[in-house]
Design a protein around this ligand. Structure first.
Ligand code: HEC
Length: 160
């Protein structure tokens, strides 16, 4: 009798911790981000240390919650930053946007993502809103962002 209660409790604990993990993994797709504030754009060419997987033209967008953080370096809850990565093609002495490679996201939720600096990291493949690319809970993304502690792990700076 005692044993079955214990087994039940262990089972319940497992179910609870699994649901917390599942929730933690689910950084939402940033619907409408193309209407958000455009922070900056960069072209990463072949031979750059970030070439794999970030070679291409990326545009960075911030939602309204993230605007204050871009100025102060301290981001409020539900700040979202998007790294919109496109292929590029060189044509007639120009460099033009190609197909989308991925949409990278940082979503601030201090409690839910406490192990990765309070940010949920996720990537969606190409134009997909469901095909997720991050399978380590954002640990490898955060590893590279972690030196930017002074600006809440965000690299991009706002400009006029
Ligand atoms: C090897 C280093 C490195 C890794 C790994 C990395 N990033 Fe970044 N990330 C950067 C750099 C550098 C920038 C700034 C780019 C710029 O200035 O345009 C950046 C910018 C960003 C931004 C825009 C906000 C900011 O910090 O400027 C987002 C969103 C982002 N990364 C998401 C991710 C996600 C999601 C992952 C994991 C899939 C990831 N990053 C992995 C280096 C990295």
């Amino acid at each position: 009798m005692r044993l079955s209660i214990l087994a039940g409790l262990v089972g319940l604990t497992l179910i609870l911790s699994n649901s917390v993990l599942a929730e933690g993994a689910g950084v939402p797709y940033p619907e409408g981000y193309r209407n958000w504030f455009h922070v900056k754009t960069m072209l990463i060419q072949s031979g750059h240390p970030l070439e794999n997987p970030f070679q291409g033209i990326h545009h960075i967008y911030a939602n309204s919650n993230a605007l204050e953080g871009l100025k102060t370096g301290a981001y409020q809850e539900d700040s979202v930053l998007v790294f919109d990565l496109l292929k590029y093609l060189e044509k007639d002495q120009t460099i033009q946007e190609g197909d989308r490679k991925l949409v990278g996201i940082m979503h601030k939720n201090t409690k839910r993502y406490s192990s990765t600096g309070g940010w949920g990291f996720e990537g969606f493949a190409g134009n997909s809103r469901t095909e997720r690319l991050v399978n380590d809970g954002g640990v490898s993304c955060f590893a590279c962002h972690s030196p930017e502690q002074k600006t809440d792990y965000v690299f991009s700076k706002i400009r006029k």
